[in-house]
Design a protein around this ligand. Structure first.
Ligand code: CA
Ligand code: CA
Length: 154
């Protein structure tokens, strides 16, 4: 009786650890740090390697702009991309989105009125999406506090 109970526990334990391993593999995230001074416009955007990766940077002056980009693949047409910007507590930065050579993108704001900015739009295949992080008008900025920008696709 005792033997079969511990066998069962062992089995549950193995399943639980394989779930942990597989979810870690599925959600592995790379964090890239901004390349200081060379990211102030969309045409020098810093590539984010993969959906779910995190770009980490700072707004270092009132007019600092930080651009990042991600490239969609041939099968990504008609999907939904979200871009989440986690801001420092006392600073409100916003996301600007355009595509390729500054073509406009219609975005929906998912978190209006809150400090973190979060946008959503429908993707086209084989397209470079550019994300600018800028200080919102009249917002404080903190050159020592990081923001974290994450694009995801669904
Ligand atoms: Ca910066
Ligand atoms: Ca910059």
């Amino acid at each position: 009786m005792l033997k079969s109970a511990s066998k069962k526990l062992l089995t549950v334990g193995i399943i639980a650890s394989s779930l942990v391993f597989s979810s870690q593999a599925a959600f592995a995230q790379t964090t890239i740090s901004e390349t200081t001074n060379y990211n102030d416009d969309y045409y020098v955007a810093q590539p984010i390697p993969a959906y779910g990766d995190i770009a980490k940077g700072t707004i270092s002056s009132p007019i600092d702009k930080d651009w990042y980009s991600i490239q969609t693949g041939p099968n990504d047409g008609g999907r939904t991309m979200t871009v989440f910007l986690q801001n420092p507590t006392d600073s409100h930065y916003i996301i600007i989105v355009n595509k390729n050579d500054a073509s406009p993108v219609n975005v929906t704001y998912l978190n209006p009125g809150n400090n973190n900015d979060w946008v959503m739009f429908t993707t086209e295949a084989n397209t470079r999406y550019n994300f600018g992080v800028i200080r919102s008008t009249n917002s404080n900025f903190d050159p020592n506090a990081h923001y974290y920008l994450t694009p995801n696709i669904f």
